[in-house]
Design a protein around this ligand. Structure first.
Ligand code: HDD
Length: 712
C-alpha cells in the first residue's frame, strides 16, 4: 500500500551510497573505492591532493602501526582537533537567519542614515536570536532573556542593533556587567545550574541591586518563555540619536513588533519542551522559513527631542527605564523579513560578530553608560572569539558596501590592498594613493558639549528603581500577574538562603503589596520590612496596554501549530477537513500516531505520521485534536504517553478538539469530569470551524484556576 508522506516530510535522496572499504573486500587494500556516481566531486586534502581511501589510515602491514607519513590522516585529525572556537561569553546559544529590511516610511527629514531615506528599498539583514545564560548546547526554553541582534548591511556600512526581547536591562552601568553575568551563570565551584537563574548567586546579586527590579518584573513574566522567536518583540533598549545632514540630533528608541503577535508558553510546558525538543525554537525558525512562512517584524521608532527628555519622569539615558507607548507613540517605519536560512551554521550563525559600535552615518550613540561600555566590549570579545582583527573579512561580517582603508595584514587577512601606498597622507596621486576621507559623506559624531568633574557617580535622575517596575506589574492581566508571582516563588524556592529570599520580598513590597504577600506566602516566609528605596517616593504610574503579552496576542491561527492524534481507523474526511482549514488559516499541523510509519484511515488510505506518540507530546503544539477510532482510543487509553498528551494539553490550558470516539482516553486520563468550554467536540467536518475559531484565542485561561493549586 502506498503511504502518504506526513506534512513537511523531506524526500529521501535517491542516490544514497555507502562509502566504505575494507582491506578484505579490496583484496589487500590500497585500491581506490568507487565514488557514488559519475559527477561526484573527488575527495581531496586541504591542499587539493585527491584522496584514494578515507576509511583506513596508512599502516605498516594490515595489522601494523599507523605511519606518521600519512599526511591525509594527520591533517584530518589536526583540523578536527581545532574545530571549536570559544563560545560567546553570554548569548552562546543562538540561531540566525537572513532577510531584509524594507523602509515603509522615510525618515529623510530626521536622519541622513542611508537605509532610512527611500521608501520601498530593501537592505540585506542577518538576525541572530539567543538565550543569555546557557552554554551553546543548552535547551531553548530556558527561562531567560532572548537576544535579538540585527545586522543590517547598509550602503554606508553595517548597522548592528544588538537588542533583546525586553526593553530594559538589569544594570545601569556597564562596569557591573561582569558581576551580573558571573552571578547568573553556573556557580563557579560546582559548575551548575546550567541556563537557569534559579539559584543563590543570581538572586543574591539581584537582591543587592535594586536598579534591577524593573527588569526582574519583565524576566519573571512569560516574556522569558516565548512560544517562538516569531512571536516575540525586540528592542534596541538604549536611547540612540538620529542625525540629519546638518548634525541636528533627534533621540530615538527602536522597537521590533512581530507580525504574528505575542505568544508565550507556560512554565510547566517550557520544562517539558526542553526535554522533548531542546531545539524547539531553532527548529521552529528553520521550519517556518523553509516552508515559506517568512517571519516578519515591524520596525517602530519613538522619536523625541531634548525638551521631551527634560520633562519626562525618568532619565532617557537610564537603560532600566522605558518610555511608555501611551506617553510617546511608536511610529512604524519599516519591516524586517527573514526569508533565508543559513547555508552553514558555523560560518554564519556562529561567526557572526555583532558590535554595538557599528553604526552608519546618521545614527549615533547617547551617553547611556551601559551603551558606552558595550561599545568597548563587543569589539574586544570578537577578537578573542574569532581570533583575529580580520573577523570583518569573514563573509557574514563583511559590509556589502565598499571597504577601503590602510589597515593591513594580521592573522587570516583575506582582503588585502594592492599598490604601493599603505599610509596617508601620501603624494601618490588619485589613482594609486588609495582612499581619502570624505568630510561630507563620512561619519560624524553629534557635537555634544560636555564638561564637568571626573566622577565615579550614579546620577540622581537614575534613582527611582520601583515606579516603572510597579507600572509593568499593574499593566498585566490577572493571569499574567499570577505567572509573575508563580515564577518568583519557583525561582526563590531554589534559593537555599532564606535571607536572600526575604531581601527579594522586601523589594517586592515597594512594587506591589499583593505580589509581595503572594510570594511570601508561596515561600512560607514572614513578610519582611520594605527595602529602603534610594528615592522613597514611588509613583503610581498608569497601566500601559502595550506591556501585556495576552493583550497583544495573535489574532488568528497563522504561524501556529496543531497536533492531531490519530490511530488506525481515524476519520479520513474529518482529518482532510481539519487539515485544509488549518492551512487556510496560515497554520501548520503535525500528525501523531502509535506508529510513525503509517496509520490506516477509515477510508483505507495510509498516512505516515510526523511523530510516534511518545515522541510528539502535546507541549510541542499550540492546540491539539484527538481523533482516534473507537478501537484506537481503547488502546491509547492504556498508554502513558497518550494519557500525558491529553492531560498536559488540558493542564496547559490548550484548546482541545475531541473526536467522537475519543472518550475512553479522556476517561482514563482522569479528565472527563473536568472538560470545559476549551474542550470542543470535533466529531465531524462541521465542527472544524468552531474549533479553529476557539484556537485563535491562544489558551483557555479560565482553566488555570482548575488545574493549579496556587490559583485556588
Ligand atoms: Fe551584550 C552579546 C544584547 C549589555 C557584552 N549582547 C550580546 C548579544 C546580544 C546582547 C543580543 C548576542 C549577539 C549575538 O547574537 O552574537 N547586551 C545586550 C543588550 C544589553 C547588553 C540588549 C543591554 C541593553 N552586553 C551588555 C553589556 C556588556 C555586554 C553591558 C558589557 C559591558 N554582549 C556582551 C559581549 C557579547 C554580548 C560579551 C558576548 C558575545 C558577543 O558580545 O558577541 O560582548
Amino acid at each position: 500500500m502506498k503511504v502518504a508522506a506526513p506534512p513537511g516530510a523531506a524526500p529521501l535522496p535517491a542516490d544514497v551510497a555507502l562509502s566504505h572499504s575494507f582491506a578484505e573486500e579490496q583484496g589487500g587494500g590500497g585500491e581506490t573505492h568507487q565514488s557514488a556516481g559519475g559527477d561526484v566531486a573527488t575527495l581531496t586534502t586541504q591542499n587539493g591532493v585527491p584522496v584514494s581511501d578515507d576509511q583506513n589510515s596508512l599502516k605498516q602491514g594490515a595489522r601494523g602501526p599507523t605511519l606518521i607519513e600519512d599526511f591525509h590522516f594527520r591533517e584530518k585529525i589536526f583540523h578536527f582537533d581545532h574545530e571549536r572556537i570559544p563560545e560567546r561569553v553570554v548569548h552562546a546559544r543562538g540561531y540566525g537567519a537572513h532577510g531584509f529590511f524594507e523602509l515603509t516610511d522615510s525618515l529623510a527629514d530626521i536622519t541622513r542614515a542611508d537605509l532610512f531615506q527611500r521608501v520601498g528599498e530593501h537592505t540585506p539583514a542577518f538576525v541572530r536570536f539567543s538565550t543569555v545564560a546557557g552554554s551553546k548546547g543548552s535547551a531553548d526554553l530556558a527561562r531567560d532573556v532572548r537576544g535579538f541582534a540585527v545586522k543590517i548591511y547598509t550602503q554606508e556600512g553595517n548597522w548592528d542593533l544588538v537588542g533583546n526581547n525586553i526593553p530594559v536591562f538589569f544594570i545601569q552601568d556597564a562596569i557591573k556587567f561582569p558581576d551580573l553575568i558571573h552571578a547568573a551563570k553556573p556557580e563557579p565551584d560546582r559548575g551548575f545550574p546550567q541556563a537557569q537563574t534559579a539559584h543563590d548567586n543570581f538572586w543574591d546579586f539581584i537582591s543587592l541591586t535594586p536598579e534591577s527590579m524593573h527588569m526582574i518584573m519583565w524576566i519573571m513574566s512569560d516574556r522569558t518563555i516565548p512560544r517562538s522567536f516569531r512571536f516575540m518583540e525586540g528592542f534596541g533598549v538604549h536611547t540612540f540619536r538620529l542625525l540629519d545632514a546638518e548634525g541636528k540630533s533627534t533621540f530615538v528608541k527602536f522597537h521590533w513588533k512581530p507580525k504574528l503577535g505575542l505568544q508565550s508558553v507556560v512554565w510547566n510546558e517550557a520544562v517539558k519542551i526542553n526535554g522533548a525538543d531542546p531545539d524547539f525554537h531553532r527548529r521552529d525558525l528553520w521550519n517556518a522559513i523553509t516552508a515559506g512562512d517568512f517571519p516578519e517584524w515591524e520596525l517602530g521608532v519613538q522619536l523625541f527631542d531634548e525638551a521631551f527628555a527634560e520633562t519626562f519622569d525618568f532619565d532617557v539615558l537610564d537603560p532600566t527605564k522605558i518610555i511608555p507607548e501611551e506617553v510617546l507613540p511608536v511610529r512604524p517605519i519599516g519591516r524586517l523579513v527573514l526569508d533565508r536560512v543559513v547555508d552553514n551554521f558555523f560560518a554564519e550563525t556562529e561567526q557572526v560578530a555583532f558590535c554595538t559600535q557599528n553604526v552608519p552615518p546618521g545614527i549615533d550613540f547617547s551617553n547611556d553608560p551601559l551603551l558606552q561600555g558595550r561599545n568597548f566590549s563587543y569589539l574586544d570579545t570578537q577578537l578573542k572569539r574569532l581570533g583575529s582583527t580580520n573577523f570583518t573579512h569573514i563573509p557574514i561580517n563583511a559590509p556589502k558596501s565598499p571597504v577601503a582603508n590602510f589597515q593591513q595584514d594580521g592573522h587570516m587577512a583575506m582582503r588585502n590592498p594592492v599598490g604601493r601606498a599603505n599610509y596617508e597622507p601620501n603624494s601618490w596621486g588619485a589613482t594609486t594613493g588609495g582612499p581619502r576621507e570624505d568630510p561630507v559623506r563620512g561619519f560624524r559624531s553629534y557635537a555634544e558639549v560636555a564638561e564637568g568633574p571626573k566622577l565615579r557617580i550614579r546620577p540622581e535622575s537614575f534613582a527611582d528603581h520601583y515606579s516603572q517596575a510597579r507600572q509593568f506589574y499593574v499593566s498585566q492581566t490577572a493571569i499574567e500577574q499570577k505567572h509573575i508571582g508563580d515564577a518568583l516563588v519557583f525561582e526563590l524556592s531554589k534559593v537555599e538562603r532564606a535571607d536572600i529570599r526575604a531581601r527579594i520580598v522586601s523589594h517586592l513590597l515597594n512594587i506591589d503589596g499583593d505580589l509581595a504577600a503572594t510570594v511570601a506566602d508561596g515561600l512560607a516566609l514572614p513578610l519582611p520590612q520594605p527595602a529602603q528605596a534610594a528615592r522613597p517616593t514611588i509613583m503610581d504610574l498608569p497601566p500601559s496596554a502595550a506591556l501585556s503579552i495576552v493583550g497583544n496576542g495573535p489574532e488568528s491561527f497563522e504561524g501556529r501549530k496543531l497536533g492531531i492524534l490519530l490511530t488506525d481507523g481515524s476519520d479520513a474526511a474529518l482529518l482532510a477537513a481539519l487539515a485544509g482549514a488549518v492551512e487556510k488559516e496560515g497554520g501548520v499541523y503535525e500528525l501523531i500516531a502509535p506508529k510513525v510509519g503509517a496509520v490506516t484511515l477509515s477510508d483505507g488510505s495510509a498516512m505516515a505520521a510526523n511523530h510516534k506518540v511518545d515522541g510528539g507530546p502535546s507541549v510541542l503544539f499550540d492546540a491539539v485534536a484527538v481523533l482516534p477510532s473507537a478501537r484506537g482510543a481503547a488502546l491509547l487509553a492504556i498508554d502513558k504517553s497518550a494519557k500525558d498528551f491529553v492531560s498536559d494539553a488540558f493542564a496547559h490550558c490548550k484548546f482541545i478538539g475531541i473526536g467522537a470516539d475519543a472518550a475512553p482516553l479522556f476517561d482514563k486520563a482522569g479528565l472527563s469530569d473536568d472538560l470545559d468550554e476549551g474542550c470542543l467536540p470535533l466529531g465531524s467536518p462541521k465542527d472544524v470551524g468552531a474549533f479553529l475559531a476557539a484556537c485563535k484565542r491562544v489558551r483557555h485561561w479560565p482553566r488555570e484556576q482548575a488545574v493549579d493549586l496556587d490559583a485556588q
